[in-house]
Design a protein around this ligand. Structure first.
Ligand code: ADP
Ligand code: MG
Length: 246
């Protein structure tokens, strides 16, 4: 579904952020991109979202290139900082922006917004000013805003950052649900503990290169420290496989 070949990216200041990424992601996969700070995770996500153009290489989703409107409509991105994404005064207004910009009919917009509010557990908060929301609620609002545009592929950049224990647990349940419903989901993180037992495949990024990839099996997880990523506790403790939700 997502095909990436020999992707390179230089920023204008000369930073060489991605150095030849090859990646294929199948429909319905929950795919984790992990790696230390500065490894290129956000850059890769922004390219997949169509927000920046790679300096070199090929990317295509369902056969469409980032130049096409269809490509951009297929992908929704949830940024690391929800405040960067929230533009409305109230919850309802914020979620409405996306579908309004798509030029949909009023009734369709209302239906989509109501559905997104219900699915992200924001009922009762519709008229609340966005700046009064908790960290977890803001994160869910950002997801609801994206969901209202009905993208097939969801990209999450460090979704667990700045959330407390209840916030992470709740978000994790929504992520698992979205995966079950058939969305293709890409998540970047430097901290794989929270999500590892739920992912189909994982790629380890370091210095702009994929150093290892595959299902989250023991050999791959054991190699993580050499790439600057902490392995999950069950590998460290050699114990049974547990979810962060257990
Ligand atoms: P990660 O998300 O893994 O922390 P990034 O993709 O944000 O990594 O960054 C990869 C590299 O690109 C880093 O060296 C970072 O400093 C650099 N970088 C990121 N954004 C920019 C930018 N807008 N201009 C110049 N360099 C950037
Ligand atoms: Mg990042």
């Amino acid at each position: 579904m997502i095909e990436i070949k020999n992707l390179h990216h230089h920023y204008p200041d000369g930073t060489y952020a991605l150095r030849g990424i090859d990646l294929t992601i199948s429909k319905g996969e929950l795919f984790l991109i992990c790696g230390p700070n500065g490894s290129g995770k956000t850059t890769l996500l922004r390219i997949i979202a169509g927000l920046i153009r790679p300096s070199k290489g090929y990317i295509n989703i369902n056969g469409f290139s980032p130049d096409s409107m269809i490509f951009r409509r297929m992908v929704g991105v949830i940024f690391q900082d929800p405040d960067a994404q929230i533009i409305g005064e109230t919850v309802r207004e914020d979620i409405s922006f996306g579908p309004e910009n798509m030029g949909l009919k009023k009734r369709e917009i209302e239906e989509r917004v109501d559905r997104a509010i219900a699915r992200m557990g924001l009922k009762g908060l519709e008229e609340k000013p966005c700046y009064l929301l908790s960290g977890g609620e803001k994160r869910r609002l950002a997801i609801a805003g994206v969901m209202a545009m009905n993208p097939e592929v969801l990209l999450f950049d460090e979704p667990f950052s700045h959330l407390d224990y209840p916030g992470i647990s709740e978000l994790l349940k929504y992520l698992i649900q979205l995966h079950k419903e058939g969305h293709t989901i890409l998540i970047t993180t430097h901290d794989i503990e929270k999500i590892i037992t739920h992912v189909d495949r994982i790629a380890v990024l370091k210095d702009g290169e994929i150093k290892a990839s595959g299902p989250p099996e023991e050999d791959l997880l054991k190699a993580l420290p050499s790439f600057g990523v902490r392995p999950p506790c069950y590998i460290i403790l050699k114990g049974r496989k547990i979810s962060w939700l257990d």
